[in-house]
Design a protein around this ligand. Sequence first.
Ligand code: PA5
Length: 478
Amino acid sequence: MMARIAYEHRGALGVPFARSRGLTEGDLETLYAAGAEAVRLLAEERPHPLLMDGGMLMTRWKRFPERAMAEDMAGKLTRAARRFSRGAGDIVSVGIGGSYLGGAAVVQALTHSQSAMAAKARGRAPRVHFLGEQLDPDLIAEKLEALDPDRTAVIVISKSGTTTETAVMFRLMADWLGPARMRERLVAVTDARSGALREAVRRYGLNGCIDADLAPFFNVPDGIGGRFSALTAAGLFAVAAAGIDVEALLVGARCAEEEWCRRPEPAANMALRRAAVRAAFMLNEGAVERLVSNSWHLGGILSWARQLYPESDGKDGRGLSAVEALYSREAHSDGQLVAQGPRNIKEVFYLLERFTRTDLAIPALEGIADGLDKTAAAHSVNQINRAVCEALLYDHITRGVPVDVWRIPERTPFVIGQLLQSEMNAVLIECLILRINGVNQPGVAGYKNAMFGLLGREGSDPALAGRVAALLGSLGLR
Ligand code: PA5
């Protein structure tokens, strides 16, 4: 039997926080009925105002793994990625938000942590870098200085094709590669038909390495928003280029979808339980959800979830702040606040249960008073890491921090695929329970409009630029 993730919510019950004397199974029961209705609605892919963005139903990611497998997308994508990256020691994936985090999360989860440094660690696969999520000119220039345009291939990802940060990076990368290399070594994953990036594909003859039979999949499909696109070409092309088994990821996602995500009974549906716990916490004036892990490799998944949840449910005056934390690191930083700060925090533990190197032994060293030689139960780093997790679970739960847990049996594509699909289901079930539209992000437009005004972009509101200047002037910031 292949490994399955498991979700355990008992650590989130009976722990007093904010307005709650401790969530009970009864509290969750009252949300399960709405949650079960949400599960049915999602499974039927039925139009519903809370699942629409710009008139389009945004739940096509549900069956996408199944559809992709029926058409051997993984095989086609892997062959194209190999062709694309032949002779390239480095790949730069450009995008922001949902158009970057999914691929980055999977690459971090499933490649060697030192692949950027050591060729031995990554085999023949190229190093994968990410750019565009921050327009820090120092970072961009330094990254390009360190790379060789003759040995670098570039993926640009933007569903809309108009995101400023990505558009800036697209121009920089195209210029850096030069026209000939750009046609061979730059691919764009964007809307199937429209947008500035699609226009660039046509005008500059990009995506030459993508065969006609892959083309229908080489886009961000209609009905799939950025933060739900990790298992489309938007996330998977970089993943394939990094040498990861794309088919196994899709099989994992399909497994989650078919075995539990479509089940209306809470006992059988982990995503439904995760959604109900988060909704109950929010309804009782919980304020912060910490996404924590004992595995460095799962750090990218925390960043991905930090976008997935708040960009979906942070609306109408509701939502939870999401904070990423790796343990033990944060046990020695804001662990103090978790232990004794305001009681409006919960944690979701992404608990990796089996590390690859379980046998990293702790060497004996006589005469050193660090207590380790007398530690009866721990002879390996793995055992101490486990003790760290159990100690933190105990300490936080007994101090008033509800903790629910994703138990992640191992770090394989099949398991990571299950986790991604389960979390995407959970967030939309939660949004439907709370009657929030989880598939749009109207709040993000605010900064974009102000920025367009400041840049004098065509069609922008010139008065807005004046208001920005006046506010910053009054704050002594201009
Ligand atoms: O989840 C989302 O929809 C957003 O985070 C987008 O992915 C992000 O804004 C980037 O958009 P685009 O892919 O259109 O460049």
